[in-house]
Ligand binder design. Structure first.
Ligand SMILES: [Zn+2]
Length: 298
């Protein structure tokens, strides 16, 4: 299967087998400021390189992309980071470029599918996946498939309201969403607000390990909001397991343990037993999940 991951900083194209193993891959920096046609040309160029070296004929393609994806593989909205990406008929354009059937889904949904089918939620019937990075994405996988919802945003826990209401702006335009408290960016901003020092999350983590009170408090606050939102959101979706993915996972149990306690407090009935577990895949989850979606569509 040909698989494509279109992110804000890089485009990754690879060949993924039915077991989810990446057998070949190539990547380039995303021409983020040059418009949708430049991104499509970059994808097509890499795809031709990868296909030329493929050991056998490849007949389908799966794509995980930044932006909200509509029912027909079009980008219904995207952040300004990718100029002109919203409104792109991505599936239609890639079918024309690659000459094969193409399945398109959002990148967080693709990564979630990978975790749901092959990763931390393997063998479970349903999983809520939250990806904590510079932003906070979320997706819902049931019976081995991404649940899109009516508007393509099912599982977007990053934009669930936080129980803490400090009036923090969320990049989506809203206020006090989970992303404004538990993304890496949010924790860096909060540490700077408290101490006047702008440092990266990994330095905040190192300070917390050395018993720095402010660093510990910033992480504890994010963990509390994360857990409360996950427990509360899972009262709506009732997933069998909750998977936490993304770079912020480097905080480990300092984040997960208090988040689990907060989630149990908000969870209803039997769902108090829901496990909150770390993701098994890293940055390749999107590429593998895109391929799984295409296998599913075949
Ligand atoms: Zn938001």
């Amino acid at each position: 299967m040909l698989a494509v991951d279109i992110g804000g900083t890089k485009i990754l194209v690879g060949l993924v087998d039915a077991e989810g193993t990446i057998v070949a891959s190539e990547q380039v920096a995303t021409p983020a400021r040059e418009g949708a046609e430049a991104i499509i040309a970059a994808v097509a160029g890499l795809a031709k390189q990868v296909l030329a070296a493929a050991p056998s004929r490849v007949s389908r393609c799966g794509v995980g992309t930044a932006g909200v994806v509509g029912e027909h593989g079009e980008i219904t909205s995207a952040t300004d980071h990718l100029s002109g990406w919203a409104g792109t008929q991505l599936q239609q354009r890639l079918i024309a470029e690659l000459g094969m059937p193409v399945t398109v889904l959002n990148d967080v949904q693709a990564s979630g599918l990978c975790e749901g089918v092959l990763g931390a939620a393997r063998g479970k019937r349903s999983a809520l996946i939250v990806a904590l990075g510079t932003g906070v994405g979320g997706s819902l996988v049931r019976n081995g498939q991404v649940e899109r919802g009516a508007y393509g945003i099912a599982g977007s826990v990053g934009h669930h309201l936080s129980p803490l209401r400090q009036g923090r702006p969320c990049p989506c335009g809203g206020t006090d969403h989970l992303e404004a408290y538990a993304s890496g960016t949010a924790m860096e901003l909060e540490y700077e607000r408290r101490t006047g020092r702008a440092i990266r999350l990994r330095e905040i983590a190192a300070l917390a390990e050395a018993d720095d009170a402010e660093a510990g408090a910033v992480i504890a606050e994010a963990a509390e909001v994360l857990g409360a939102v996950l427990g509360s959101a899972n009262n709506v979706v009732d997933a069998e397991v909750i998977v936490v993915a993304g770079g912020v996972l480097a905080l480990g149990d300092r984040l997960l343990e208090p988040a689990r306690a907060a989630a149990r407090r908000e969870a209803l009935g039997l769902s108090r037993a829901v496990q909150i577990v770390p993701a098994r895949f890293g940055p390749t989850a999107c590429l593998i999940g895109a391929a799984l979606a295409a296998f599913g569509a075949a």
